[in-house]
Design a protein around this ligand. Structure first.
Ligand SMILES: Nc1ncnc2c1ncn2[C@@H]1O[C@H](COP(=O)(O)OP(=O)(O)O)[C@@H](O)[C@H]1O
Ligand SMILES: [Mg+2]
Length: 362
């Protein structure tokens, strides 16, 4: 007697998503396929048309499955396991989605944080702690969900990157392992002195490997994490097109975050606050100097980029120890003026005089 093995819906969805990511270049066509993945996974292999435009041919898709040997293909296998794992999270994730339609996300007891794209919540499951991420806004963007998955596939072997646990194109959710520690913006000053050379080297190699794979990293104070035991971790990374982000820019962005993250949150108001910032800046400048040395950044980055950044944060410490400067700054902040920008923010505004990069700093 022969038995018919029907492919699971998770496997078929994984195949359609991997096919889409690897073969469908038109963004609107890809979005159409991801958005209809639930329906498409229930039917036989067919041509898919949207408004009379053929966006995926059934034959082409069938050839792709044949050539990749279906679930043996890593991008298919990874997606399949993320979709299958989602079954264990679905009830919790759907409940969360319902709840945040009633109360604003940051009032939810399990709220962790938000970025430009996602709200994140901490949920327990099977004894571990996971982060359920729900995209902001009403319009589902399953193509964004898949981009996170593409990045996770690229970054699978890279230590220090956030690991995905589960995903759903239909519910528009991703689940990740909780990153150890806190985002740099919320790391207490005293922790910074405990940053070891080994941890800085770990960060340097994560940045190198991710850049090698063409990934794009945000490295903002919300996305770069630090834990005294486990070192640095990066969440929120994306697949990029070749050479999009230069390694030099990645290092400088990390340095700027290590130098400036969280310093003005909340904005300083008293002399004591400014003294704290000075103390932080001193510790951070020394972290930057070690980072520069360990990464041999002075050899790697022309125009002294790394030296300029660490010099900038070192020089700033002088301002924060100068009572006259601090009084002026307090007055300015009281009137609603923005706290001091970071090095890269200033650079973007072309504030620096190339001949004197620290003009206005002291
Ligand atoms: N794996 C994680 N561990 C701990 N906190 C997280 C994790 N993922 C997200 N967060 C929190 O949620 C915020 C938003 O998530 P993120 O993936 O950065 O989305 P966005 O694309 O919106 O920036 C983060 O800044 C962080 O505070
Ligand atoms: Mg983020």
């Amino acid at each position: 007697m022969s038995r018919i093995h029907r492919k699971s819906s998770e496997l078929v969805q994984a195949q359609i998503a991997a096919y889409t990511a690897e073969n469908v270049t038109r963004p609107t066509s890809a979005l159409y396929l991801y958005s209809n993945i639930g329906k498409l996974s229930a039917s036989e292999v067919v041509d898919v048309t949207d408004k009379k435009r053929l966006i995926a041919s059934g034959d082409d898709y069938a050839a792709y499955i044949k050539n990749t040997h279906g679930s043996n293909h890593e991008p298919i296998a990874t997606r399949k396991s993320l979709l299958t794992n989602y079954k264990g999270f679905a009830p919790l994730a759907r409940k969360l989605k319902g709840q945040i339609e009633e109360v604003s996300p940051n009032e939810h007891p399990d709220y962790l944080g938000s970025g430009k794209n996602m709200h994140a919540f901490l949920v327990p499951n099977d004894g571990g702690e996971y982060v359920v991420k729900i995209p902001r806004g009403r319009i589902p963007k399953p193509d964004d969900i898949d981009r996170r998955i593409q990045a996770a596939i690229l970054g699978k072997e890279i230590p220090g990157l956030e690991r995905l646990t589960a995903a759903s194109y239909v519910d528009n959710i991703i689940v990740a392992e909780k990153m150890a520690g806190r985002p740099l913006g919320k790391v207490p000053v005293d922790s910074l002195t405990n940053i070891t050379d080994k941890q800085l080297e770990g960060l340097i190699s994560t940045l190198q490997m991710a850049n090698n794979k063409g990934m794009v990293l945000d490295l903002s104070a919300e996305d770069l994490f630090y834990d005294e035991q486990k070192g640095f971790g990066i969440i929120d990374y994306h697949p990029g097109i070749g050479g999009q982000q230069k390694l030099k820019e990645v290092y400088l962005a990390a340095m700027d975050t290590l130098g400036g993250a969280g310093l003005f949150d909340p904005p300083p108001q008293t002399f004591g606050d400014f003294t704290n910032i000075q103390e932080q800046l001193l510790k951070r400048a020394s972290v930057l100097e070690r980072f520069r040395e360990l990464g041999k950044l002075d050899e790697l980055i022309e125009d002294n980029g790394a030296a300029k950044i660490s010099g900038f944060y070192r020089l700033r410490t002088k301002n924060y120890g100068d009572p006259q400067w601090v009084s002026r700054e307090m007055g300015r902040i009281k009137k609603g003026g923005k706290p001091q920008p970071t090095y890269l923010e200033l650079k973007e505004k072309e504030y620096f005089d190339p001949a004197d990069p620290f003009r206005g700093m002291v």
